[in-house]
Ligand binder design. Sequence first.
Ligand code: PEP
Ligand code: MG
Length: 290
Amino acid sequence: VITSLERLKGKENITQSGRKIDVCANISSREDIEAVLMSDAGGIGLFRTEFMFLANEAKPPTEEQQFQVYKMAAETMGSQPTVIRVADLGGDKDFEADEKEETFGYRGIRYLLDKEEMLTTQLRGILRASDFGNVSILLPMITAVEEVVTVKKLVKKIMKDLDDEKISYNSDIQIGAMIETPAAVMISGELARELDFFSIGTNDLTQFTLAVGRGNEKLQRYFNQKHPALLKMIRIVTNNVHLEGKRISVCGNLAADLEMTEFFIKIGIDELSVAPHEVLGLRKKIRDIQ
Ligand code: PEP
Ligand code: MG
């Protein structure tokens, strides 16, 4: 099996009838970058940076430490995309070890906007790395246009600071949002006027749509990422984003479900982002589709 998949390296992600879809890889550490290269993915579709923060125990990584990791990712990927998600801390990925119940919705962009210094440090690291490859910024847990406007203002301010410090960066860096709350689905048209790209996080979208905590063992049988409500939302958000001429990917676990591949291609999803070891199996599935 391994050898027949290996033979797909360098091949296109294209169906028998010529429809194409990009396949990228999800990573969560510096160590995973090498695996992306080996996997022959078309880039890094999701860098879950929060694990770098959690690994460092009580202290968030410094700007320099972050810059070095993001720069390495960008240089390794070259012209291929490196999508860096700002830390999705809080909730079940808890940095300050609060009570879980209390932190259910206190995570992602909500958490970061309360910790402007931490967010600024990370955005500076990402912006500096953007000079070394095809880097973009992804915002987790978005539920409102205002959050996006606030982050964009902060990015502008940081760019001005970097100009003053004569540090180079990509001033056209793309900014995107995770679609992982029902609110984000409903306002996806408005979000698409503010942002450059989107990525559907089916893990959280399932949790928040079906009221099934991701970690709740008692509710596991209700955690159905293929619930008709989810499929409908995925269609709606894809249409809304495409109406504004923007790109949309799926990066939650559902992206790797081979029973779903044909559906994603049919509705026009631009990219699937999966674990590095899932890339070639997904490519095989795509190439077998009519
Ligand atoms: C998701 O929610 O589907 C997602 C990709 O983000 P994470 O799993 O890191 O929360
Ligand atoms: Mg998520």
